[in-house]
Design a protein around this ligand. Structure first.
Ligand code: NAD
Length: 261
């Protein structure tokens, strides 16, 4: 039988998808025919407008559901409110950079809650839905920092390593079912999360913002190019195809060679 790349009839929940990688993933999944549920913690007209725009562009159903994923009960309510989840993309994330002895406790708690605990809650809620449907994909947006470390990113690196570990556990718990669980590990992607770090980096090193991008931010990315949100979306869409049915419990790096160093 021909392997399909068509995701018509599947519904994807993408956490943290009113911006950056999550929005890129939502657009690519909709392009492949999936209905999509967008999410963030805000509830603005423009959040709902993004869902309307995707629905109109791709002829799919798209909804926006507000949920603050720093709260476990709201992470669970997101999946419950969606009512259906064939594809779960755990993507929401934040960053804070500081030496460990100065790292604010509330930042540590928020990063672990939003990037690690929320994926535990959404996965726990989504798996029964996938089992009922007889098909499922759990795709966690981890990071090159899920496989390697950098100084001053204790919470981020810990959360991302945790996400990679949890991905393997979910893969083993679903191994005999038509459900897969994988983590994608991007290097640097030019999104608001990274753009916000550029002015401070430039100031710290006495460089222009362009020099800071090339010489500091992309220092560990051998390609010297940012990955794009479309490339991340395309990688997610591939993991949802039949060709990827035996890819489970692993990480896929989209990092311009970072983790090959
Ligand atoms: P971004 O800031 O553009 O997007 C983050 C998303 O998470 C936004 O939609 C934001 O609203 C949402 N979010 C933040 N706090 C939330 C909360 N409490 N509840 C619900 N949603 C919340 O950043 P991005 O670069 O697109 O990051 C997306 C994911 O990709 C993150 O997990 C990040 O760690 C990961 N990542 C990014 C890069 C990169 O270079 N940009 C590299 C590796 C991994």
């Amino acid at each position: 039988m021909a392997l399909t790349t068509d995701l018509s009839g599947k519904t994807a929940i993408i956490t943290g998808s009113n911006s950056g990688i999550g929005l890129g993933v939502a657009r690519e999944l909709a392009r492949a025919g999936a209905d999509v549920i967008l999410n963030s913690y805000t509830d603005r007209d423009e959040d709902h407008a993004l869902a309307e725009e995707i629905a109109a562009e791709h002829g799919v159903t798209a909804r926006y559901i507000q949920a603050d994923l720093s709260k476990g009960d709201q992470a669970r309510a997101l999946v419950e409110q969606a009512g259906i989840c064939d594809i779960l993309i755990n993507n929401a994330g934040i960053q804070h950079v500081a030496p460990i002895e100065e790292f604010p406790v509330e930042k540590w708690d928020a990063i672990i809650a939003i990037m690690l605990s929320s994926a535990f809650h959404t996965t726990a809620m989504a798996l029964p839905m996938m089992r009922k449907a007889g098909w499922g994909r759990v795709i966690n947006i981890a990071s090159a920092h899920g496989l390697t470390a950098s100084p001053y990113k204790s919470a981020y690196v810990s959360a991302k390593h945790g996400v990679v570990g949890m991905t393997k556990v979910v893969a083993l718990e679903t191994a005999k079912e038509p459900i897969t669980a994988n983590a994608i590990c991007p290097g640097y992607v030019l999104t608001p999360l990274v753009e916000s770090q550029i002015p401070d980096t430039a100031k710290k090193y006495g460089m222009t913002e362009e020099e800071a991008k090339q010489k500091v931010i992309l220092e560990r990315q051998p390609s010297k190019e940012f990955a794009t949100t479309e490339q991340l979306g395309g990688t997610v869409a591939f993991l949802c195809t039949d060709a990827a049915a035996q890819i489970t419990g692993t990480t896929i790096s989209v990092d311009g060679g970072w983790t090959a160093l």
